[in-house]
Each structure stands twice: as structure tokens, then as C-alpha cells.
Design a protein around this ligand. Structure first.
Ligand code: ARG
Ligand code: ASP
Length: 720
């Protein structure tokens, strides 16, 4: 290649690739000074230090990871915390009973002493972070074998976290960024007394249900309210009635000023996982091979459960949460694959890869043999494909029947009983505790539903899996039942100890060491065990052998991408650590000829109302309040009450409950979802199509103040 052609190629590269749109990215809070110029041009009025500082309190001190998978924000000097209704859902459900159905009716503490404790629920603040790449990678050369590399990294990380924790009550972890090219220390503080303050009824907090999930236009009042408590020194403590409300270092002021199209928005949260730098082979695998199989299997389960829920109120209650859990990512994957197809995602990646390959051919770069990366990826992903499919069938189909989870839970008891050194009383006590723990299972269980699911799932595995990946038990089904899955499962459900609580309680209630044989030879246990073993002893290790090479290659690919585009500002894939994302309020065009507005109002709630459909029944009191149109200070300039709005912020799972701020750092909304057309953003962000969905803070305040009569909470806040 002549010098000139090489220059042209390089020039083209810079113009085509990774020319991130201003909205794309999930940025490390510590490094925002690199973004601040662009942010300020877009409308951010504060500094980078105002967002993250270790010298004085900053916005990050008002942000928490709520539980494991969500975000929340402190909004008062007394530790009051906002997050989503769907993030608090489990907690709200645990406090609910037939007499106090907080899920259906909502709950509002009338004073602090009515705020309810939640054992196990934590919130985690980021104390500080630090680039520790050079310490972690010290003495690690490119030629070091991967297993030695991993061992050294573990050793160095341990030393760094020990050092960081010394003399404090903090937690610390060293986390890889950019696929192991960089490492950051995250020091965190965990609070363990988090009380439930209030939540609207499902008719508001979950309005639109699974039907509206992942959809715009949206009218869900998806929020719940909590409070952090501490010991009298303002330090984290286990629950105690003597604990006092937390005095935060910082809490977010709230703006009633609203927003216009084009306004700057900023989100501070804990995005879980994205895969933006995959090669085309991987995107193709996920979008067009993995997703369709998973979607199809989930569809079958949803049909069975959904149909049963329509026929019985009891079943609706029993299966609501399970159904929502299966449906959430089922729908997300449909959107993701459609989005990738529509955007020609695989072809775009391929086009980029062609240029990457050309770049590696230019002599300036050859030392690291980057030219072999893509061919190796191709080979590895081809190898992975059949194992990956087997893994998906075993996980999504094989582990779908609830009965297996229950039966495998007896594994420990069987083991204990087999150990002659354990006294009989201890075996018996373990059986009693197993009996207790299964009560919750049967409360929400319908064997007929599970039987239908088991038949369908086993059949799917038999029809679609490679014979040598099928669990051993299929051999037995072939011999004993002539391969007739239906007959086998019917027999299993009618005879297993686990499918009938009375049968199981009878044996666990007066358990003898020798009763263990009955559990261990139970058909549900045997089949569950056989599926689990095929997965964990066979398919998983085979997959890992390939994916660990892929991971190492991805690290080198990432390094190459950065070398190839030195002027591009890269952001690391989400990894459940704190990030800042920003964009602007913006509508979008979901299809040719269709334009979506950037906000919704309460009018849409009445338009969607349908008292015959569970998800669209509107709360009576809310209806009256809307009818009176008296929104006071919560109204927009045009007199309407906005419910939700959208912006171009690049977000993902884990950002639910995260605060959305205006250019002044004031809270204007709470993130809760993305649009269906844009769920591909986990693989490839497209500023034309990807939007995050935000609850308008004014609707939240209106509900608190006017609907719930919880004005005392509003008074704690700094409202501007
Ligand atoms: N789609 C949102 C998020 O990914 C909300 C999910 C909760 N709602 C539901 N209907 N499942 O998690
Ligand atoms: N609803 C998601 C969450 O729970 C957010 C998203 O995926 O956009 O974190």
C-alpha cells in the first residue's frame, strides 16, 4: 500500500467509525473532565467536580445502587429515597397479604414510625474510585499465558482492596473495564436498614403492565419511596428500632420547571451490562440465533401461564410476578433483534471490520498481529455455536419447569442422610427445615401449569438438541416410554413426591435416614439432576473453554480498536458500576410516517382506560383528580400534567430508578425503561431510535401530595 492510500484509509476510518453521537456512552464519573466541554455545550451548567469529587460532597453522594439491580436517589436531608415501583416490587409484595394488599392498593406511611423494615434490602453508595490499572497489570506482559495472567490479577486486586478497606467499614472491589484493558478500584458503603415509606397502587405504579412494558407512549407512575436509617453516629447499621434517619452528604434538589425538546438531560446510575464492541459474528449469534430460540421457548411458557391466568383470579395472583419476569426479557429480545435487523447492524459491523482488517495490514501497526483477531473470532464463534445452543436449551427449556428447582433443593438433605456420621436427629431437623422452606413454593404453584410446561420444554429439547447433548434421562424415556415425552411427564407428575405438597410433607414430616432413597429415586429429582449435570458438568465447561479464549481475544480487539482510533473517546461497556450518561429530550420516528411526541400527559391515562383489562384499570380517585384538572404547581406551562418523557440517554438494565437531571443538576424525572425500537442499544446504540423512558417528577409529586396525602414527604424535599 502506498503512503497516500494508507493515509486515505486512515482518514476514512476516522470519519466512519465510532464517530459516537453526542448521546452515546456510559461514562466513568471519575473521568468526566474529558466530557465536560461537550456536556456544557449541550446545556450542563455545572462542573465535572459537581458530579464527582472526593474533596467535597458532590452529586454522586446522592446516588445509590438499590438492592442488587436498580438505582435510587436521596432527595431529602433525612435520607428519603426514590426508586421505581418495579424495583421495590419484591419488597412491596413481601409486605402484602390479603388483609393488607399493598400491591393492589398502595401503601403510604403517615409518619416515620410507620415506615416498614426490609431485612436483606441494602443500598450502596460509591465512596470513591481510582484508576489502578498499572498496579493490577504490574509485571504482566503480552506473552504471559492467560491463566497466569488471571492469577496475578487476582493477587494484585486482593492486595489493593485489602489496602482500601483497612481501618474502614467500607467494601472495595477491583473491576475490569474495557474488557480487561483497564482496572478501577470502587470503594463503597453499604446501608442495611432501608425502610419502605410508600408506593402507589399497581393501577398507577404498574399501569399498562406487561402490555406497555418497553413501549412508548407510556403512562406508568413507576415509583416507590424508601428511607435509609443509620445508627446514632450516622453510620450503617443492621435494623434497630433505635436507628435514626440518615443525614446524607448530598441530596438532589427537585425542579418543577419541566423541559423542552432539545433540553440537556443527565442520568446517574448503575447500568448492568452492555456489549458494544463485539465483532459481527457475535452480534449475528445473539440477534439471529440465540434470541429467536429463547424468544420461542419463552413464548410457549407465557402462552401456557397467560392462558391459565385469564381463567382464574387465584392463578393471576400466583403467577403475576413469574409471568412478568419471563415476559420482561422475552419482549426485550424481540425488540433487540428487530432493531439490529432494521439498522443492518451485522452488515455495519462487517463493513467496519473490513476497514479494521485494512488498517491491520498497514505496516505501522503490525507488531501485535492484530490481523489475526477477526479470523480467530470467526473460528471461535463457529465453534461456540452448537455448544451455545445446547446451553440455551438446557437453561431456557430444561430448567424452566419449576418442579426441578424444588426437587433439586432436596439434594443437600439426600447428601446429609447418606453421611453416616451425621446423627439421625440432625437429618430430621434438616428435613423439617426443608419442609418449611417449600411452603412458599406451593403457595404460588399449580402442578397442571407446570406439567404442561414440562411436556413442551422436554419435547423442544428432544426435537432440537443434538443427541449427544441431551440429558442422559432421555435414554430412559426412549427405552421405557418409547420416546413419548408426554406419557413420561404425565407419569412423573402423577407419582412424584414433589408435585403434591401432601405427599412431600408426609415423607419430610417423619423423615428417617432411609427415606432419602425415596427422594433420590424420585422421577422429578432424577430428571432435574440429569439436566443439571449435563449442563454443569458437560456443556458449561465446554462453552467456557471457548468463551475464555474469546474473552482474551476481545481484550486484544478492544486494545486494537483504541489504537486504531486514537482520537475517538471510548466508553467502557456497562459492568454494574456507577456511570454518567447524558443526552437530550427528543421524540422519535418509530416507523416511516409516524412521529412520537417527547412527553405524555394524564389525558393518555384516560384514553388507555379499560376496566375489563387488568393492566388498564384506572384507580377511581386518580380519575377524579384528573377530571378536576387541578394540578396546581405540578402543571406544565400549558396547564397539563406530564406523566412521562423520553430522551436520547444511552441506558440499560440497572439504570431503573436512576435520577434524570436538568442542566442545573436538579431532578426532573426518574428513569424506568427504554423504547422497544431501541432495546438494541445494549449491542449497538442508534441515536435515531434509542430512547430512555423517564417518569416526570411532577407526576410523582402530584401523586404523593394530592393523591396519597403524603405532603409531609414533599415538605422534606428541596423543591424549586
Ligand atoms: N422493562 C423494564 C426493565 O427492564 C421494566 C420491567 C418491569 N415491568 C414488567 N412488566 N415486567 O426492567
Ligand atoms: N427497566 C430496566 C431496569 O430495570 C431499564 C432498562 O433496561 O432500560 O433497569
Amino acid at each position: 500500500m502506498s503512503k497516500l492510500t494508507r493515509l486515505i484509509v486512515i482518514f476514512l476510518l476516522f470519519t466512519i467509525h465510532h464517530s459516537l453521537s453526542a448521546d452515546e456512552g456510559m461514562w466513568i464519573p471519575l473521568l468526566l473532565n474529558k466530557n465536560i466541554g461537550q456536556m456544557q455545550r449541550m446545556g450542563w451548567k455545572l462542573s465535572a467536580e459537581d458530579l464527582y469529587s472526593i474533596n467535597h460532597s458532590s452529586l454522586k453522594d446522592a446516588i445509590v445502587r438499590f438492592g442488587q439491580g436498580c438505582t435510587g436517589e436521596v432527595v431529602s436531608p433525612f435520607g428519603l429515597l426514590l426508586t421505581n415501583h418495579h424495583c421495590g416490587f419484591g419488597v412491596i409484595q413481601r409486605h402484602s397479604s390479603l388483609e393488607h394488599d399493598y400491591l393492589t392498593d398502595g401503601y403510604w406511611a403517615k409518619s416515620m414510625d410507620k415506615e416498614l423494615p426490609n431485612p436483606g434490602l441494602t443500598v450502596t453508595f460509591l465512596v470513591r474510585m481510582e484508576d489502578v490499572t498499572s498496579q493490577v497489570l504490574e509485571g504482566i506482559s503480552d506473552s504471559l499465558p492467560e491463566n497466569l495472567r488471571d492469577a496475578l490479577i487476582r493477587k494484585h486486586s486482593l492486595r489493593i482492596t485489602d489496602e482500601a478497606k483497612k481501618g474502614t467499614h467500607y467494601n472495595a472491589s477491583v473491576v475490569p473495564y474495557f474488557h480487561g484493558n483497564q482496572y478501577y478500584l470502587n470503594v463503597t458503603e453499604v446501608f442495611k436498614d432501608v425502610r419502605f415509606v410508600g408506593a402507589p397502587p399497581s393501577g398507577i405504579g404498574k399501569f399498562g403492565g406487561d402490555t406497555d412494558n418497553w413501549m412508548w407512549p407510556r403512562h406508568t407512575g413507576d415509583f416507590s419511596v424508601f428511607r435509609i436509617y443509620t445508627d446514632t453516629n450516622n453510620l450503617p447499621a443492621e435494623y434497630s428500632k433505635d436507628n435514626v434517619p440518615y443525614r446524607p452528604k448530598h441530596y438532589l434538589p427537585i425542579s418543577l420547571g419541566g423541559y423542552e425538546e432539545g433540553d440537556f438531560t443527565l442520568l446517574f446510575g448503575n447500568p448492568g451490562s452492555t456489549k458494544e464492541y463485539l465483532p459481527s459474528f457475535a452480534v449475528d449469534l445473539i440477534a439471529f440465533k440465540e434470541n429467536p430460540v429463547k424468544i420461542g421457548l419463552r413464548q410457549k411458557r407465557l402462552d401456557i401461564i397467560g392462558h391459565a391466568m385469564d381463567t382464574s383470579r387465584l392463578i393471576r395472583i400466583q403467577y403475576a410476578s413469574k409471568h412478568a419476569g419471563i415476559a420482561n426479557y422475552w419482549k426485550k429480545m424481540i425488540g433487540e433483534s428487530r432493531g439490529i435487523r432494521r439498522a443492518n447492524g451485522v452488515a455495519k459491523k462487517q463493513q467496519f471490520e473490513e476497514e479494521f482488517q485494512n488498517w491491520t495490514g498497514s505496516q505501522d501497526v503490525d507488531q501485535k498481529d492484530f490481523s489475526r483477531i477477526l479470523p480467530m473470532f470467526e473460528e471461535l464463534y463457529n465453534k461456540l455455536y452448537p455448544i451455545d445452543m445446547a446451553a440455551i436449551y438446557l437453561r431456557e427449556a430444561g430448567m424452566a419447569p419449576e418442579i426441578f428447582r424444588l426437587a433439586l433443593g432436596a439434594g443437600e438433605l439426600i447428601k446429609t442422610a447418606g453421611d453416616k456420621t451425621v446423627p439421625e436427629e440432625k437429618v430430621n431437623a434438616e428435613a423439617m427445615s426443608l419442609l418449611q422452606s417449600t411452603r412458599g413454593f406451593y403457595k404460588n404453584y399449580q402442578p397442571l401449569i407446570d406439567q404442561r410446561i414440562t411436556i413442551e420444554m422436554l419435547q423442544e429439547m428432544q426435537d432440537h438438541m443434538d443427541k449427544h447433548h441431551l440429558p442422559d434421562r432421555y435414554e430412559w424415556i426412549r427405552k421405557k416410554y418409547n420416546g413419548n415425552v408426554n406419557a413420561y411427564v404425565e407419569h412423573l407428575f402423577s407419582t412424584s413426591l414433589f408435585t403434591d405438597s401432601a405427599r412431600l410433607y408426609a415423607i419430610l414430616g417423619s423423615f428417617k435416614r432411609k427415606s432419602a432413597r425415596k427422594l433420590a429415586t424420585d422421577q422429578a429429582y432424577l430428571l432435574g439432576q440429569s439436566i443439571k449435570e449435563r449442563y454443569s458438568k458437560d456443556v458449561l465447561p465446554a462453552g467456557k473453554a471457548i468463551t475464555s479464549v474469546i474473552d482474551s481475544l476481545q481484550r486484544i480487539y478492544m486494545q486494537a480498536l483504541m489504537e486504531m482510533q486514537p482520537d475517538c473517546q471510548f466508553y467502557p461497556d456497562a459492568n454494574s458500576t456507577m456511570r454518567v450518561c447524558y443526552g437530550q429530550v427528543d421524540g422519535f420516528e418509530p416507523a416511516n410516517g409516524v412521529t412520537y411526541n417527547y412527553y405524555t400527559t394524564t389525558r393518555g391515562i384516560l384514553e388507555k382506560e379499560d376496566s375489563t383489562i387488568y393492566d388498564y384499570a384506572v384507580d377511581q380517585r386518580l380519575k377524579e383528580l384528573i377530571a378536576s384538572s387541578d394540578y396546581g404547581r405540578y402543571a406544565d406551562d400549558d396547564g397539563t400534567l406530564h406523566v412521562a418523557f423520553i430522551s436520547t440517554i444511552h441506558s440499560t438494565g440497572g439504570n431503573s430508578g436512576a435520577p434524570v437531571l436538568n442542566g442545573n443538576g436538579e431532578l426532573i424525572g426518574i428513569n424506568f425503561d427504554r423504547n422497544w425500537e431501541g432495546t438494541m442499544s445494549d449491542l449497538m446504540y442508534d441515536s435515531e431510535q434509542c430512547r430512555n423512558i423517564i417518569l416526570d417528577i411532577r407526576y410523582l409529586l402530584f401523586i404523593l401530595d394530592r393523591y396519597a396525602g403524603a405532603g409531609w414527604l414533599v415538605e422534606e424535599m428541596d423543591i424549586r
